[in-house]
Ligand binder design. Structure first.
Ligand code: SAH
Length: 320
């Protein structure tokens, strides 16, 4: 137990009171992002001057810091539009090519560089995330590829943003914080995410765990995630359409589980699908939510810790 958490030991079912106790302030509290603020963030950022580094005509390298296993990250993190640009430059020359490059620079998705993402990662580290593997994963995944083109210029601000169907892509800090809390410095063979959304967190997880399964209950978002992830060619990530509250018993147990949507309690099926010693991290609550970390310490015994306040979209049963 450390000073950031409260620790409770209990047998199943975990009482709701185990998650509603006062959470202590973290070293650097992050702003609470909500689906409502996501739309506001989007509007505010739209009118603000772009905070991006100057666009680079050279395709940025996506070399990972050492902590991310190279075999997982391979060449797939090169951006498709950059490949397109490289390819077409072989075919174009002179004036034609200069026109093409100018056009590309005007596009928000071309205004992205390694440096912009590095600034995002530095901010996440300042907010208290220390896990080098997680920070390297955040550096590796091109977050702008998970947003609509009109929104991709805001991809590296610390905000949740709308992805359609009243859902949001989580803010970078909370993505990193949850993965860090689940990882806790141990190797992760098999991890489950509930709430794929646009697929961003799943891609980050794929840099931290050997095998990642992610479940989404809204079919168009499941399809969107597939579309977003396809060009990244991530071999160790499987997407499922279904009710994540049921988990994925056919591939359980998991060495870690992350919920990207908040329920009043953590579904029993998910607790049962944790390997012994594994951790589940989830936002829990209604209006008031806290991140909760649950560790399975025995066949019928779990401990729970309450981390910081947060605000997520609701966990809902069934599929649509
Ligand atoms: N992981 C995403 C966040 C998506 S928002 C990211 O990278 O930003 C949370 C998602 O959880 C929504 O897409 C919502 O549809 C989904 N969700 C809510 N309840 C669910 C359930 N029971 N099973 C699967 N997905 C669920």
């Amino acid at each position: 137990m450390n000073d950031r958490t409260t620790d409770k030991r209990s047998t199943f079912p975990l009482p709701l009171s185990s998650v509603t106790g006062p959470a202590r302030k973290t070293v650097a509290p992050a702003p609470v992002a909500t689906p409502q603020t996501a739309t506001r963030n989007a509007a505010r950022q739209q009118s603000a001057p772009p905070s991006m580094a100057a666009p680079s005509a050279r395709a940025p390298g996506y070399a990972m810091a050492g902590a991310v296993p190279a075999h997982k990250m391979a060449a797939h993190m090169a951006l498709p539009h950059e490949r397109r640009q490289q390819d077409s430059q072989h075919e174009r020359s002179g004036h034609d090519r200069r026109q093409h490059e100018r056009g590309a620079v005007d596009r928000p998705d071309m205004m992205v560089s390694d440096a912009v993402r590095r600034a995002m990662v530095a901010r996440v580290a300042r907010q208290g995330v220390r896990d080098e593997t997680v920070l390297a994963a955040m550096q590796a995944v091109p977050r702008h590829m998970f947003l609509e083109p009109a929104m991709s210029a805001q991809a590296y601000v610390d905000a949740s943003l709308p992805i359609g169907h009243n859902q949001t892509i989580s803010q970078p800090y909370i993505v990193a914080r949850m993965i860090e809390a689940m990882h806790a410095g141990r190797p992760l063979a098999r991890v489950l995410e509930i709430g794929t959304g646009c697929g961003y967190q799943a891609a980050v997880l794929s840099c931290v765990a050997q095998e990642v399964y992610s479940v989404e209950r809204i079919r168009p978002l499941h399809e969107l995630a597939k579309t977003n992830l396809r060009p990244l060619r991530i071999p160790n990530l499987r997407l499922h359409y279904g009710d994540g509250m049921l988990g994925l018993p056919q591939v359980a147990p998991f060495d870690g589980i992350i919920l990207a949507a908040a329920g009043l309690e953590v579904p029993r099926a998910l607790l049962e699908q944790l390997a012994i010693g594994a951790r589940l991290v989830a936002p829990v609550g209604g209006q008031q939510q806290h991140l909760q970390r649950i560790t399975r310490i025995g066949k019928a015994e779990w401990t729970s810790e309450t981390l910081e306040a947060c605000h997520f979209v609701p966990l809902r049963p069934g599929t649509v």
